[in-house]
Design a protein around this ligand. Structure first.
Ligand code: ATP
Ligand code: MG
Length: 238
């Protein structure tokens, strides 16, 4: 029996106060088991990134509960949350978010410095993570010497180098051409096969189709779950 990794329980997130109040998430219930490969879809402003920020322990709910790996995140102090993020969660973003003055290798080494890994092990693990995403020959290139797809692969290597339980990707293919999108999806598929839980936000039906579960957000809530590719297409054009 797989165990529950992510559980949002009547979870709400409100930004701002008074007239400027935005109900970004409105009593969301969502459970994701260890090992699932999910995509989150929905219109712009429907709360996808807000949900990802809560799931990734980058932000706390305003009301309701978030249980990550059976622990109620709202009860944990900030340093504990930072530690959970560093050890258990990897992040990939549309714009890669690599540090421009560091080589690919040093970008991937960075999260291991925070995790307290020894210097020799850091380098070994970073090299292996970059080899795993097909960048073994680009260790010493800086981001501006790499294509968009290569930069995203560095970001994936960085995200997996601490062997996280969960990989969160917010529109990871949004800035890439279709051939590169397929390469990135092939890497995600391989990671999925190793058992890591993946949650990915995407606007592209072709990308969502590759995942095993499609969740649809509207107005800060989950309105459809476990959509088939055919159902997703219908929802997408409606
Ligand atoms: N820091 C913030 N302060 C105030 N409002 C915010 C903040 N972040 C998001 N919002 C609002 O919350 C709502 C949900 O935003 P969110 O970024 O989660 O949407 P999204 O589904 O990721 O959209 P997109 O597809 O455009 O990325 C929107 O109305 C947005 O304007
Ligand atoms: Mg977003």
């Amino acid at each position: 029996m797989p165990s529950t990794l992510i559980q949002l329980d009547n979870l709400s997130k409100v930004y701002g106060t008074g007239n400027a109040t935005v109900h970004a998430l409105n009593q969301v219930n969502l459970t994701i088991e260890e090992g699932e490969y999910c995509s989150i879809m929905g219109a712009s402003g429907s709360g996808k990134s807000t949900a990802m920020n809560v799931i990734g322990c980058l932000d706390r709910p305003t009301a309701g509960h978030y249980y990550f790996d059976q622990q109620d995140v709202s009860l944990l102090p900030n340093p504990t949350l930072a530690d959970i993020r560093n050890r258990k969660i990897g992040f990939v973003f549309q714009q890669f978010h690599l540090l421009p003055h560091l080589t690919a290798l040093d970008n991937v080494i960075l999260p291991m410095i925070y995790a307290g890994v020894s210097a020799t092990e850091r380098k070994d693990r970073a090299v292996r993570a970059l080899e795993r995403v097909g960048l073994g020959s680009r260790l010493y290139n800086k981001p501006n010497q790499l294509s968009g797809g290569q930069q995203q692969r560095v970001a994936i290597a960085r995200a997996i180098v601490n062997n996280p339980r969960l990989l969160l990707a917010d529109e990871p293919t949004g800035a890439l051409d279709s051939r590169t999108v397929r390469e990135i999806l092939a890497i995600f598929q391989e990671l999925h096969e190793t058992g890591i839980t993946i949650v990915m936000v995407t606007h592209e039906v072709e990308v969502a189709k590759e995942t095993k579960r499609i969740v649809w957000f509207r107005d800060g809530n989950v309105v459809y779950d476990h959509l088939t590719p055919e159902e997703m297409l219908e929802v997408a054009i409606s």
